[in-house]
Design a protein around this ligand. Structure first.
Ligand code: GLN
Length: 450
């Protein structure tokens, strides 16, 4: 078969790098390669012909296990393929593996995986970020040239920052969610990792577009290109709140970016978005509420693994206690509490109101600015175990990313240098956000800064 070599080389690299634990399962590419041969033979021009791709293991690929890094779905085989994944294969891509993640995409370090944490290829003993840490580590270690994750509150941008690669969270609805295992449906997006702006443009062009299987997918299309922008006159808002808790290395990367932009003629102006101070609390209330509803299907009766003797209720309780991890159980319980009668007005309804304030604040900011700039994460890759015992320390990784999902707008992580910590050289990333629908500007900006 003509396109066998790239896939086989990717699989060889995946095996050689097994100590990273970036990949949960390999996909046998032979069926895909056969289909590809036929299509190439008939003269079809395929933009991703033969390109190996690794996808996060919460994206369905027919006939393969989609574990969501959970004991609950460890044996679950997908009966269908996610639209975004199908579009990659339609463009000629060959899916070679499923990547590790925090269980059900809940986390910021990939330490919540039932199959062990993924390691950051940049620094021994460091996390890759999360929840798409497997996809981020895999592309950073060059196991595949393109990988896919999902971003509900930063799960592509933050690991992209900690692993030194591009990660783009699209406008909500830009890429179909059909076949992505739902975490928090009003926030979930399928999102690409890439090593260059050109690759980002290619992936976005292939994966995005309306889908009858996702009623929230956008009808408007976008033309992605890696043509650089003219930075002269670009209005950039430097978000004051973005500096909260940032390390010296992150702050100096931000300053260097400001200088780069200004030298090229952009107008950079600091701007305060006070409602961002409430973004983490608001995000976790909404995400947990939606998660408790979405995950109610994993009860050992309708879906997934079952254990326990006795009646249905007992079986459900035992199945969930046995097969769901601690973080997932905690979020289901908190989400259930947040939605319960007597409390939902106090927490859930309140969070929806603050979500509106945050979204409006962004809308107003985009009347004055073309893009907003802030660090993606306040700090580079942290050590394994450093934050896992303290939920608030872990959620601090998300201060700059979650507001973007609450507002539904697109945002991009751009690699922006390194910070030396304890003798390790660790990547730093910066985040550019744009108004809803303006994903193409972010890709063009990436091309300009390359
Ligand atoms: N860290 C955030 C959370 O745990 C974001 C996760 C995500 O984007 N999937 O919810």
């Amino acid at each position: 078969l003509p396109m066998t070599q790239p896939a086989n080389e990717a699989l060889a690299r995946i095996r050689a790098a097994s100590s990273l634990n970036a990949v949960l399962s390999e996909v046998d590419p032979s069926e895909q390669l056969q289909a590809l041969e036929g299509r190439l033979g008939s003269g079809e021009a395929l933009p991703l012909a033969g390109v190996p791709v690794i996808i996060k293991d919460n994206l369905n690929l027919r006939g393969t296990v989609t574990s969501c890094a959970s004991g609950m779905l460890a044996e679950y085989r997908s009966p269908y393929t996610a639209t975004a994944v199908q579009r990659l294969m339609d463009a000629g891509a060959v899916i070679v593996a499923k990547a590790n993640l925090d269980e059900f995409a809940m986390g910021s370090s990939t330490e919540n995986s039932a199959f062990g944490p993924t390691l950051n290829p940049w620094g021994e003993g460091r996390v890759p970020g999360g929840s798409s840490g497997g996809s981020a580590a895999a592309i950073a270690a060059r196991l595949a040239p393109l990988t896919v994750g999902s971003d509900t509150g930063g799960s592509v941008r933050q690991p992209a920052a900690l692993c030194g690669v591009y990660g783009l969270k699209p406008t909500y609805g830009r890429i179909s969610r059909s076949g992505l295992v739902a975490y928090a449906s009003s926030l979930d997006t399928v999102a690409p990792f890439a090593l260059s702006a050109a690759d980002l443009a290619l992936m976005m062009g292939v994966m995005s577009g309306q889908d009858p299987l996702d009623a929230t997918s956008l009808q408007t299309s976008a033309d992605f290109s890696a043509e650089p922008l003219d930075l002269a006159g670009l209005r950039v808002g430097l978000v004051t709140q973005g500096k909260r808790g940032a390390t010296l290395g992150v702050l100096s990367a931000l300053e260097a970016m400001q200088t780069t932009l200004e030298t090229a003629g952009a107008e950079v102006e600091e701007t305060s978005l006070p409602h961002l101070d409430n973004a983490v609390a608001t995000y976790y209330v909404i995400a947990m509420a939606e998660a408790s509803s979405n995950l109610s299907r994993f009860d050992g009766m309708h879906y997934a693994r079952r254990t326990g003797e006795g009646g249905a209720t007992e079986t459900m309780i035992q199945s969930r206690e046995t097969f769901l991890g601690a973080e997932v159980q905690k979020r289901i319980m908190l989400g259930t509490f947040i939605l319960s009668s007597g409390y939902s007005e106090r927490y859930y309804t309140k969070a929806l109101q603050v979500r509106r304030l945050i979204a409006d604040e962004f809308t107003q900011a985009f009347e004055r600015f073309d893009v907003l700039l802030m660090p993606t994460s306040p700090f580079p890759a942290f050590r394994l175990g450093e934050r896992s015992g303290d939920p608030l320390a872990m959620y601090a990784a998300d201060v700059n990313t979650v507001a973007v999902n609450l507002a539904g707008i697109p945002a991009l992580n751009v690699p922006a240098g390194f910070e030396e910590l304890d003798g390790q050289r660790l990547p730093v990333g910066l985040q550019f956000a744009a108004r809803a629908g303006d994903d193409t500007r972010l890709v063009a900006l990436a091309a300009t800064l390359e």
